[in-house]
Write a protein that binds this ligand. Sequence first.
Ligand SMILES: C[S@@+](CC[C@H](N)C(=O)[O-])C[C@H]1O[C@@H](n2cnc3c(N)ncnc32)[C@H](O)[C@@H]1O
Length: 337
Amino acid sequence: MSAWPSTPSEQLIHLFRGFWVSQAIYVATDLGIADLLANGPRTVAELASAAGAHAPSLYRVLRLLASEGVFTEAEDGRFELTPMAATLRRDAGPVRLQVLFLGQGATWRAAGSLAHTVRTGETAFNHVHGVDFFEYFREHPDERVLFDQLMVGNTAPAGRAVAAGYDFSKIGMVVDVGGGRGALTVGLLAAYPHLRGIVFDQPAVVAGAKEAVAAAGLSGRCEVVAGDFFAAVPGGGDAYVLKYILHDWDDERSVAILRTCRRAVPAGGRLLVVEQFIPQGNAPSFAKTQDVNMLINAGGRERTEAEYRALYAAAGFNLIRSIPVLGELHVIEGIPV
Ligand SMILES: C[S@@+](CC[C@H](N)C(=O)[O-])C[C@H]1O[C@@H](n2cnc3c(N)ncnc32)[C@H](O)[C@@H]1O
């Protein structure tokens, strides 16, 4: 008997049923199963008792995940970690936070309305929740904390990669526009002891940024400022960094943010957008999945280099080069026209 799925119809059904696998990964993550297996294999009864779960149901979920290479079920019925499952451990990095954020609550519900977006162009998240992504999280601070932690988890390695891939030695002050909890700025200032920074974000977010900057011992070199990047961004920077900002917004709003930055960037200053490019061709890519994430949740989009070039031109910048720093992530450098 050939392995399932082998025929095109079986492969399609397998792909389509992936949303149950997504929920199974979410449930196992929410129950902390990967952490419970950190010290070796355990039975489902042990796992269910430790996690406060219904053992027969948990078994069926873990059996499905084992069939996908997330956990392994041994012949004695005990489950153990695989390399994929190990990435769900609390101490393993941002994968766990991404699963928790996308697998429950507001974004999971929005995903069920993708059809509405494709028929009408309206962002699914706004259709389901009646407000846009950032307004929703302003009103739901508990869920906001998870989003901010996820951004820190994703951005900390990106900060190190940007510091290594782009030379900040001639820049005195960097302004991190929409800098969240400041993970990018912390990475840059740690790598360049002469560098000073400003983390700029919404009022609801900056308290977390202040704590993070203080915890990194950088309060003396880094200010945290609250505001709205559609109205104004702080002056005084030599470089204005925007990581994962423009992908949240459509072209019109992205140009509006860049125009606000254009008013602040001095002659000789730099605009440094940090985003991933959509690659050409049919190969799977993180950016392509992230693009649909933006379609569903934020109303933004991932873009090609040519599309960033057009946004820059519309806002009064020249895109002069793009430096790959980490996977599909690039520093897209612009100068004022
Ligand atoms: C996708 S997160 C990126 C955070 C950070 N740059 C990073 O990469 O980790 C987008 C950020 O934009 C901020 N933001 C959204 N609307 C804003 C506004 N009108 N003014 C300032 N910041 C805003 C959010 O609070 C959030 O921290």
